[in-house]
Design a protein around this ligand. Sequence first.
Ligand code: NAG
Ligand code: NAG
Ligand code: NAG
Ligand code: NAG
Ligand code: NAG
Length: 343
Amino acid sequence: MTASMPLFLSAIMFLSISSYVLHQKLAQIGITHQHEPRNLTILLWHWPFGRPYSLEGDVCSDEYGISGCLLSDNTSLFPQADVVVFHNHELRTGRSSLPLHLPRSVSQRWLWLSLEPPVHNGNLAQYNGLFNWTMSYRGDADISMPYGKIVPVPHNGNSSSYVIPKKRACLASWVVSNYRPDHARSQVYQSLRKYIPIEVYGHWSKRPLTDQSLIPIIGHCNFYLAFENSVALDYITEKLWRNAYQAGAVPVVLGPSRANYEALVPPGSFIHVSDFNSTEGLAVFLQQLATDRGRYEGYFKWRQTHRIKMYTDWRERLCNICANYQRLPGNKVYYDLEAWASR
Ligand SMILES: *[C@@H]1O[C@H](CO)[C@@H](O)[C@H](O)[C@H]1NC(C)=O
Ligand SMILES: *[C@@H]1O[C@H](CO)[C@@H](O)[C@H](O)[C@H]1NC(C)=O
Ligand SMILES: *[C@@H]1O[C@H](CO)[C@@H](O)[C@H](O)[C@H]1NC(C)=O
Ligand SMILES: *[C@@H]1O[C@H](CO)[C@@H](O)[C@H](O)[C@H]1NC(C)=O
Ligand SMILES: *[C@@H]1O[C@H](CO)[C@@H](O)[C@H](O)[C@H]1NC(C)=O
């Protein structure tokens, strides 16, 4: 056969094989990637909490500088989607379900998304062996998406222009909508209020705040009770990042351990409930700190070198899948999602 094959045909075969090999080699070292960037298609199977955002234009590039990332909520794109994202809340409540009946390409990744603590995720055992990646506030998720984080201010940038008010009208405040007597935070609040005045806002106390009034009102107080409704590893929410730090009140935190906070939030910026053996001890400390200006200002020192970055837009979170795509694990299956998510 080979002997009778015309020369030009052999030559073409040789050339196409070598071009194939060359292409593979270049692909391995990532060169072809630069010449013909492949767009990733990230399909959001349903919008978190049923609230859609606009996906007009090239959102990831225009808003977040992440190119080659097509975000879509059009489920017809399922066959060609590189990543399909499933927000857990809608699966748990039955508003949406996994497309288990559709053929799934071998290269397609399913991503389990939840920013809720374990107690609100429901039973995940039914999803064991279906997901490849996770996105959660947890540091050990494939894509870790905290509510907020601390970032250094660039050297040539302006350090924070925040000025600590000389005198504040209120000692401490707390915003609570979902009050449950059995929450650890409610018990600490009930005990603490016997010793110090606490301004309580939110639906529970029938003093709701708007998005516009929240920051200035909390900012009138020296301290903010950044009490999480659930105590779980890495679960530090906007109660700390926005309500306390952005308002300029020193946070009194109740949540994961002090060591966990220290790993994630500005150093020396918070007071941890567990540092005190009684709420009375905590109350005495807060009263003294409020009158010791030098020491109080120490809690704001981090602002000279750092600032807070918050994540609030689902689109930014989703675009982050593309930004991280190359470093995400190639072959991965969550055979026991339930165990992973309840850690
Ligand atoms: C990727 O998407 C951009 C923006 O939609 C488009 O201009 C470009 O042609 C796409 N590239 C490829 C390789 O499909
Ligand atoms: C969804 O995608 C399909 C296939 O590309 C297309 O025919 C359809 O018009 C799209 N629907 C919407 C609402 O964009
Ligand atoms: C830095 O702060 C000064 C004074 O507040 C202001 O005039 C200037 O525009 C700021 N520069 C930048 C880059 O933000
Ligand atoms: C709390 O600890 C302090 C010393 O750190 C101690 O003096 C005090 O007696 C303790 N209070 C209680 C209620 O254990
Ligand atoms: C993704 O998960 C599915 C379902 O377990 C699995 O069949 C597939 O091999 C996984 N894909 C990769 C690339 O790991």
